[in-house]
Design a protein around this ligand. Sequence first.
Ligand code: ADP
Length: 252
Amino acid sequence: RVRTHLELRRQKRTIQESFNKLQKLEEVRDSLVHMIVHDMRTPLTIIAGYIDLLSNYNQEQLDEHHKEVYDTIRAQAAILIEMSSAILDVSKMEAGLMKLHTTRANLHKTIQDVLDSFGSLRGERQLIFDDPDTPFFFKCDHHLISRVVLNLINNALKYTPDKGTIKVTIENRDNSIIIGIQDNGMGIPEEYRDKIFDKFSQVELRAHKKKFSSGLGLTFCKMAVEAHGGRIWVTSELGVGSEFWFELPKIE
Ligand code: ADP
């Protein structure tokens, strides 16, 4: 018995050592990712700026096809910038260093601007937003919330086939609002519906496809919404579509 107990203690120590090593490795990986992404963002922002400049400069000479090409480059560069911002912000929020800059502004406009930014990237898919013309003043960090909506619409576009429909709604409640982004895409298997909000988590079958994705978009959304004291969740049916919802409390 003594020998068995000694052996158990030895094994426990080995497990603890392996765990510590893994934790260290994870820290090294995180700081490496942080460093690479941070350094990548500056040239990316410059590229995006020059694309804007070029397309404005050549506006009259461009035919429809070239306009579409510019739109696609611009939208893809915006997605890359958004991805790198999400990676940097997730580590900032994890370290408790993210500050909210709340203002009372027109939330309808914030959302409409995000929808407009997709340009031709939406393809033949329809982006529908209820009631964009009536101003709806709401206090939150508008920059952060517009990035949450951008991430959710970007996912909806990624996982919805051509001719699909993506619908954005706002429900105004007494003490909160609920924003919904609904698509009629492939849906999410039940066992993944909680996991997809975790860092680097993707629905397994799709992770093998060489789609450019970080698995951080929803982690960022969850953290940004929770930083507002809100919550985010998904309802989905395989082959029918997914509905992402987030609730934000009304603050004075
Ligand atoms: P990414 O899209 O970069 O992989 P996200 O954190 O945004 O990372 O999403 C995690 C995973 O959740 C995605 O890889 C995808 O499998 C799944 N997912 C997210 N949104 C949708 C959606 N609208 N329809 C189907 N699957 C989705």
